[in-house]
Design a protein around this ligand. Structure first.
Ligand code: GDP
Length: 454
């Protein structure tokens, strides 16, 4: 699936208007192909331009199109991909960038897949997988704190902390395995209790890392939170409050919202997909439009990770609850009673008012708790993807098992084989974060989060 021996090309600047657009090439023929597209002012050809240089000149395309620009030449291995890499920086014209890319493809380059430049950086050992993933996180960062956590991971912090633990595990594994041979000669290499203490130190460093990290959202799946309730309970008003803007129409007229509205809401740095399933009906379904709205709402409730069941404090009507549970028995339901400013009844639910803002901060916390997602740290926490956190937790569990075995042994050799299995398991999990142990499928999933050109 991943090859390194051809030359890839893509437009690597974002779509839309900008002052410059960038066409990027990487691979063995990158410089040769760029030579045919770009004429430098101060040299005969781009191939004469040294490594790490920028040459100004002109892009010259076969149909006579000419444009001023610059070529940045990076020669292997001193480039992002550790291959020959050229970036052509052109005036901000999308047709010009498309024509330049087309000319590069005609000259033998292959259109790069999503994330393929970063995949090459990973495959050539320039960066580890955690840093590669962080590149996509930097691009997708939705908040300042996400950007900072992603930058720290891109700088290699996650890799360094995992590598420190992996070194301890590898050294302990070597001692434990050597103890088998030494035991025959009556030599004790290390006391099992000391080895267990060393392992516990490594496990606690890894579990601290997992516990202190914030959740880095996987762009492919934000947790889906659906607002469901009787017409006029205030679902649209709550949606607008959580979004911090008026996304949907709020009206006294029941049935104003019929389609399912879906927006990304930022709950103090924790992102969710927030849906307003207004058309969820339980009584008679009048017309075709009602039926279509009801089916869309049913699907939204069925696929939700969390259902916010919105009650109206003036009626306290919670008769929808059973239907919601039937539609989605797997996901938690959080009952929220809106219009607390008008409440005359005592209702056992989280009281909020979309009108006055009462209870909305508590609602955000309840949503985050129900989904087990943490807010973005204001400090310097690292952000981890669910997959990475899972690997850390599995590694910690395996190390704890090994330490437990050593605790019960008089000699390390007595439990060496079992300890070896657990420590190898822990190292395998850590290797899935750094990318040392990784399948093509997993790489495919990770790099599909990127855009083309990155
Ligand atoms: P939906 O049909 O459930 O989406 O309800 P809307 O959000 O459209 O609200 C219905 C009506 O209730 C509108 O007139 C809102 O202004 C009003 N409303 C919504 N939330 C509150 C609230 O917390 N307090 C008061 N007093 N009125 C509210």
């Amino acid at each position: 699936m991943w090859t390194l021996d051809d030359t890839i090309a893509a437009i690597s600047s974002p779509p839309g208007q900008s002052r410059r657009t960038i066409v990027r090439l990487s691979g063995p023929d990158a410089i040769a192909i760029a030579c045919g597209l770009f004429a430098p002012d101060a040299a005969e050809s781009l191939s004469e331009v040294g490594a790490f240089r920028c040459a100004s000149g002109r892009v010259t395309l076969e149909d006579g199109l000419l444009a001023p620009g610059s070529a940045y030449v990076f020669r292997a291995p001193r480039s992002y991909t550790r291959q020959d890499l050229v970036e052509l920086h052109l005036p901000g014209s999308n047709p010009l960038a498309t024509a330049t890319l087309g000319a590069a493809l005609e000259r033998g380059a292959r259109q790069a897949n999503a994330g393929e430049f970063t995949a090459r950086a990973f495959l050539t050992g320039r960066i580890d997988l955690s840093a590669a993933e962080a590149v996509a996180d930097i691009i997708a960062a939705g908040s300042d704190s996400q950007l900072r956590s992603a930058q720290r991971a891109a700088g290699g912090e996650l890799q360094r902390r995992c590598a420190t633990a992996a070194t301890t595990l590898t050294e302990t594994l070597a001692l434990v395995e050597a103890s088998i041979d030494m035991a025959e000669e009556g030599i004790t290499l290390a006391e099992p209790a000391d080895l267990a203490t060393t392992l516990r130190g490594a496990a606690s460093a890894l579990s601290d890392l997992a516990a202190s990290a914030t959740d880095m959202p996987d762009a492919s799946h934000l947790p889906r939170v659906v607002l469901a309730g009787r017409p006029n309970a205030g679902k649209s008003s709550i949606l607008n409050c959580l979004l911090g803007r008026a996304r949907t129409l709020v009206s006294d007229l029941a049935g104003t919202t019929r389609d399912v509205v879906c927006e990304v809401a930022d709950l103090d740095g924790a992102k969710i997909a927030l849906l307003d399933a207004a058309g969820f009906l339980t009584g008679d379904i009048g017309c075709d439009l009602d039926l279509a709205a009801h089916q869309a709402a049913l699907a939204a409730v069925a696929e939700a990770d969390l259902i916010l069941h919105v009650l109206d404090a003036t009626t306290g009507d919670d008769s929808l609850l059973e239907a919601l549970r039937e539609t989605n028995p797997a996901s938690p339901i959080l009952t929220v009673c809106n219009k607390s400013d008008l409440a005359t009844l005592t209702i056992d639910a989280l009281m909020v008012s979309a009108e006055t803002g009462e209870g909305l901060d508590a609602l955000k916390i309840e949503i985050r708790n129900a989904l087990a997602i943490s807010p973005a740290a204001t400090g310097e926490a690292l952000g981890l993807h669910r997959r990475q956190k899972h690997c850390l937790v599995e590694a910690v569990d395996a190390v704890a098992l090994a330490a437990g075995l050593l605790d019960t042994a008089d000699h390390a050799a007595d439990v060496a084989e079992l300890v070896g299995v657990d420590l190898r398991e822990a190292l395998r999990h850590l290797g899935q974060i750094s990318g040392e142990v990784v399948t093509d499928d997993l790489l495919g999933i990770i790099f599909s989060r990127f855009c083309v050109g990155k």
